[in-house]
Design a binder for this molecule. Structure first.
Ligand code: X5A
Ligand code: ZN
Length: 562
């Protein structure tokens, strides 16, 4: 069995910077890399990682995504003077070139591929590449948004070819839309691209219509491009987790990737001048942990943006600590996603309903502006009955038999809340003959699992929940209900124990069917539980009908970064 976390960093990638005044590009500084590395040393994390050397990406590798003409243009910048560099830079949006840009861009590609090779080759379990320049905005024929070569897109293409992978998940948690990655894989069903981004109804850079939730992919790739547009600033831990629970994780589990790549930008973190969001570094530990459940833990994080040096470096440390298997810190504060976030999440779910089984049964409200609905409460009922272009003629009406085979969203959801720590291989063996896909629910029906066990599991997710007897009572009720609806007997005591020790997720194998009866029962249960457990809210109903939690941004959050 493999073990270990790779860290790739080379000081050489700090050897380029902006040479002239440009308010657009001034934030992309060498210290982004060096301060992150210093912080890793400070927490003694560097020595716990397997250090991998960088290499240059080859021209052939770069041309997996970019044109030879564009490669020539970049190559040519090595020998230019400042004035010429300015001229080339001006051909692109939010880009600067330095004589060392080409060399560093090649190292950024090579570092990323080194990471992919060591994860795919089994030398390490997972890892992170700290690179500059970032990649996710760059395109076949263009540099864009500080990005020269598209490190992560090249890595996905490389992994497909070299390792014959058929399903790769790219999670882009940078606060900008990685439109470059979207363009590369738009028609490709073998790469599932997920991006959330500050959007503000297309008023935020890169100001693209195709960053909205209805860009779901094209041709064969329909359903494999997931955009979560944030229409307000101030999104925080609850909003990010809600997007994971209600959009990314259910779809990602259904997709069942063989490799997970993270476009790991931290401008989505608190304090960042670009993002203006509020997620604390601890949030990135949780996001990372959830993704470790996929692809047998084969996960490569590759740095993208992040411009608040302290926030950036703390978040990098949280990511690497989590990759190493350290315990996940608690998130404090009210875990209620804001209305605007719920609205975005609902729109994405509605847009993707035709493509994903786990969404097919969901009662998805029409694509409409929930805030408008809120303000026009009187018209709400009428609005509710309006038709939604993507939800009419759905699988439920079209094919009942097919619908009966659908795995339930909430099962995955519960699993990710209750089992944030990936279980061990040993545990996998214990349950291997049973229906592993139903595992989380099965765990819940096991007689020996009591409140105490649940407490320790849930506490990892949110300490606050543990203190609330009400929530625990709800959990007990949940056990009883699930016990009735999922008649499964699996011996899982050792599994639970090992779950808490932090090893990796077993391969889940084939998807399990759930009956419509089960589905409806669980949905009903969720409706009940969400009164106490706000994170379960995803319909927006609660938000619209109550007078609290209406506004964006969490009122309580850690300001220690600021
Ligand atoms: C990688 C990244 C941001 C470019 C912002 C331009 N790029 N306004 O975060
Ligand atoms: Zn960014």
């Amino acid at each position: 069995m493999t073990s270990g976390t790779a860290l790739i960093y080379d000081e050489e990638m700090t050897n380029y910077k902006l040479l002239w005044d440009d308010t657009n590009c001034g934030i992309e500084v060498p210290e982004r890399l060096s301060s992150s590395y210093e912080r890793l040393k400070h927490y003694n994390l560097v020595e716990r990682c397997v250090r991998l050397p960088v290499r240059e990406g080859t021209e052939e590798e770069i041309m997996l995504v970019h044109s030879s003409d564009y490669l020539k243009v970049v190559k040519n910048t090595q020998t230019l003077n400042e004035e010429e560099l300015r001229r080339v830079s001006a051909n692109y949006d939010a880009v600067y070139f330095h004589p060392n840009s080409y060399r560093c861009a090649k190292l950024a590609v090579g570092a990323t591929l080194q990471l992919v090779d060591s994860v795919m080759g089994g030398e390490v379990h997972n890892g992170m590449a700290l690179v500059r320049p970032p990649g996710h905005h760059s395109q076949r024929n263009a540099a864009n948004g500080f990005c020269v070569f598209n490190n992560v897109a090249i890595a996905a293409e490389y992994a497909k070819r070299k390792y014959g992978l058929q399903r790769i998940l790219i999670v882009d948690w940078d606060i900008h839309h990685g439109q470059g990655i979207q363009y590369v894989f738009e028609e490709d069903p073998s790469v599932l691209y997920y991006s959330w981004h500050r959007y503000e109804h297309q008023q935020f850079w890169p100001l693209l219509r195709e960053s909205d939730y209805d860009a779901v992919g094209q041709e064969k790739g329909k359903g494999f491009n997931i955009n979560v547009p944030w229409n307000k600033v101030g999104m925080g831990n609850a909003d990010y987790l809600a997007a994971f629970f209600h959009v990314l994780l259910p779809l990602a589990f259904e997709f069942d990737p063989e490799l997970v790549l993270i476009s790991s930008g931290y401008d989505s973190g608190i304090g960042d001048p670009e993002g203006q969001m509020r997620a604390t570094p601890e949030c990135f530990a949780h996001l990372t942990r959830f993704l470790m459940h996929l692809a047998n833990g084969k996960l490569c994080a590759v740095l993208e943006g992040g411009y608040h040096l302290r926030s950036l470096s703390e978040s990098v440390c949280m990511t690497i600590k989590t990759l190493l298997g350290d315990p996940i810190p608690h998130l404090s504060g009210e875990m209620t996603p804001c209305l605007s976030a719920v609205e975005s999440i609902q729109n994405v779910r509605a847009a993707h309903k035709p493509y994903w089984k786990c969404l097919a049964y969901e009662e998805v409200p029409p694509l409409e502006d929930l805030s408008t609905k809120l303000h026009k409460a009187a018209e709400a009922e009428t609005a509710q009955t309006g038709t939604c272009p993507v939800t009419k003629d759905n699988a439920v009406n079209r094919n009942r038999d097919e619908a009966l085979k659908i795995e339930r969203f909430l099962e995955l959801h519960m699993k990710n809340i209750l089992f944030p720590v990936p279980p061990t291989k040993t545990a996998a063996a214990v349950i291997s003959e049973s229906d592993a896909r139903l595992l989380p629910s099965s765990v819940l029906v096991e007689k020996e699992i009591g409140v105490k066990e649940l407490k320790s599991i849930v506490s990892e997710f949110d300490a606050k929940l543990v203190k609330e007897e009400k929530v625990l009572n709800s959990l007990e009720k949940m056990l009883a209900v699930l016990n009735k609806i999922i008649k499964k007997e699996v011996i899982l005591k050792p599994f639970i124990a090992k779950t808490l020790t932090g090893d990796f997720m077993p391969d889940f194998g084939a998807y399990a069917p759930a009956s419509q009866e089960q589905v409806l029962a669980i949905q009903k249960l969720r409706d009940q539980l969400q009164l106490d457990w706000k994170m379960l809210q995803c319909s927006g109903k609660q938000l619209v009908s109550s007078s609290t939690s209406l506004f964006c941004g969490n009122t309580i959050f850690k300001e220690k970064i600021l």
